[in-house]
Ligand binder design. Structure first.
Ligand code: ATP
Ligand code: MG
Length: 243
């Protein structure tokens, strides 16, 4: 048991969840490694939601609420860390949930779908088709899901797939603690914040959103400015440590 007064309690609980999910087959070993990269960046962000990340979260909510067909794409790490938060965001935003895996097997698809359903998430199901401009199984998604969505929220996404979704003309919102990753650099809206902090903030913003506020947020959106603000945050952490 991790004592709940430990200064890095949330981080340690998340790590334990990822380890459990590796053992149950929901997360692949590569996913555990990606989690570690996220932890390192979160340390540099002082494990806090910055002002610019909160603006990105509100902007994401604006795009989700204005979408004709919004989809939340869920992978193993996201399911393991945030099944409840995904349910709440899906309810608040009206977005549908599709399981989409980089390391896709039928067994993992089934295990993650069952895990989400146990948390009360309604999951899109059907026969996947090769609709993304990528080779092999990386191209698979549901026609009624990501295939025809205009707005896709893909937390912790791979750079190639993010680029492919953008190339299809979709609005891509990502949550990625690394502001330098290709995913962060190519998405329409990049939220540089930890998944379990970001999702409830987006949900709250969806609940509070008015069409006027939504239009203003979309009109003012500047992803380069958000990424630069995240990099400055990291720079400040390092500068403070050097003082
Ligand atoms: P890219 O392919 O986009 O250049 P990458 O190869 O560095 O990125 P991936 O393994 O494809 O990274 O994706 C994982 C990304 O998710 C990493 O950038 C990591 O920082 C981030 N990440 C991991 N865990 C979390 C988390 N809990 N919250 C937010 N971001 C996370
Ligand atoms: Mg990658």
């Amino acid at each position: 048991m991790i004592p709940d007064n430990h200064p890095r309690y949330r981080s340690l609980v998340a790590r334990e969840r990822i380890a459990d999910a590796v053992r149950s087959g929901i997360v692949v070993v590569e996913g555990a490694s990606a989690h570690g990269r996220g932890e390192a960046f979160d340390y540099l962000l002082c494990e806090k939601t910055s002002e610019s990340a909160l603006l990105a979260e509100k902007t994401a909510a604006a795009y989700l609420m204005a979408a004709d067909r919004a989809i939340i794409s869920v992978n193993g790490n996201t399911a393991a860390l945030a099944a409840d938060e995904i349910r709440e965001l899906a309810e608040a935003s009206g977005a549908a949930v599709e399981v989409n895996l980089f390391h896709r097997t039928d067994e993992r698809m089934a295990a993650i779908t069952a895990h989400l359903k146990a948390a009360g998430v309604t999951v899109l199901e059907g026969t996947p088709e090769r609709l993304l401009p990528l080779s092999h199984d990386r191209a698979l998604c549901l026609r009624d899901g990501i295939g025809t969505a205009d707005v896709v929220l893909v937390p912790l996404e791979d750079g190639d797939r993010c680029e492919a979704l953008v190339a299809m003309g979709k609005t891509v919102i990502t949550i990625d603690l690394n502001p330098l990753s290709r995913t962060a650099q190519t998405a329409t809206v990049t939220i540089v914040d930890e998944l379990t902090r970001a999702l409830p903030n987006i949900t709250r913003a969806c609940r509070d959103m008015t069409p006027e506020t939504g239009n203003q947020l979309v009109a003012a959106h500047d992803n380069t400015a958000l990424l630069r603000a995240a990099l400055r945050q990291i720079q400040e952490t390092l500068a403070d440590a050097l003082d």
